[in-house]
Design a binder for this molecule. Structure first.
Ligand code: ZN
Length: 234
């Protein structure tokens, strides 16, 4: 099966990275489904933006609308139950001794990839696309290329399958991710991502900066703001 006729499942959170991955998949694959995870995150803004982003993509890009298939949101209450991170609990965002912020939810991407693969298995989908990146990132070990490659091996062995875990942003910095969006959908896509996607860990959506909405000071906002500045300067 060539990519032109193949299907993909995109891990779609509603943030800048996963929206860029969704656009890339819509550009490449004949049928694209999306999956999101409600893991008891403190702020649901990002999840709430998902439907709006899917709708905007379909409205602005008719060729993509035909390819955009089902969406599923899977609830995983266990992650919040067994962790006390700043993503799931009302605690201040701080870094540990290794520089890893307490927004890291241990096991999160491992669980996400496992459930996405289980869904892809059921739907007969081979390509699983995620926005994991170890270039401009918060140091989360489950975003690393080695972790994703190891998961691909484990999932294929454990399900006797031939999934391909695709991480098109792995070696791109945030400025290059904006450039990729521009290549895929021009300024219309860049504007859509600016306006509709959400990255801020604090769920702030009242303040609009030139790089989008957010508190401007959490690690996710800082990464997004720096990437945007670098992108518009290039
Ligand atoms: Zn923020």
């Amino acid at each position: 099966m060539t990519k032109a006729t193949a299907a993909a499942l995109v891990l779609f959170s509603g943030g800048q990275d996963s929206t860029t991955c969704l656009a890339l998949a819509l550009d490449r694959y004949a049928r694209v489904e999306t999956v999101g995870f409600d893991y008891g995150q403190r702020h649901r803004v990002e999840l709430d933006q998902r439907a709006a982003i899917r709708e905007s993509l379909g409205r602005s890009f008719p060729a993509w609308r035909k390819r955009l298939g089902d969406d599923q949101v899977i609830r995983i209450e266990a992650l919040a139950q067994i962790s006390t991170t700043a993503m799931t609990h009302d605690v201040e965002i701080v870094a540990d001794g290794r520089g890893l912020p307490n927004t890291f939810v241990p096991g999160r991407n491992l669980v996400f990839l496992t459930l996405a693969a289980a869904l892809a298995y059921r739907r007969g989908i081979k390509h699983i696309v995620g926005g994991m990146c170890e270039t401009d990132f918060s140091g989360y070990p489950d975003c690393r290329d080695d972790t994703v490659k190891a998961m691909q091996l484990a999932l294929n062995l454990g399900m006797d399958a031939h999934f391909i875990l695709e991480t098109p942003l792995m070696w791109l910095d945030k400025a290059a991710t904006w450039r990729l969006a521009e290549t895929l959908g021009g300024t219309a896509l860049v504007d859509l991502i600016l306006e509709a996607t959400h990255s801020c860990y604090l769920g702030e959506r009242a303040i609009r900066h030139d790089w989008g909405y957010g508190c401007g000071s959490c690690p996710a906002c800082r990464l997004r703001a720096e990437g945007w500045r670098k992108y518009i300067a290039s």
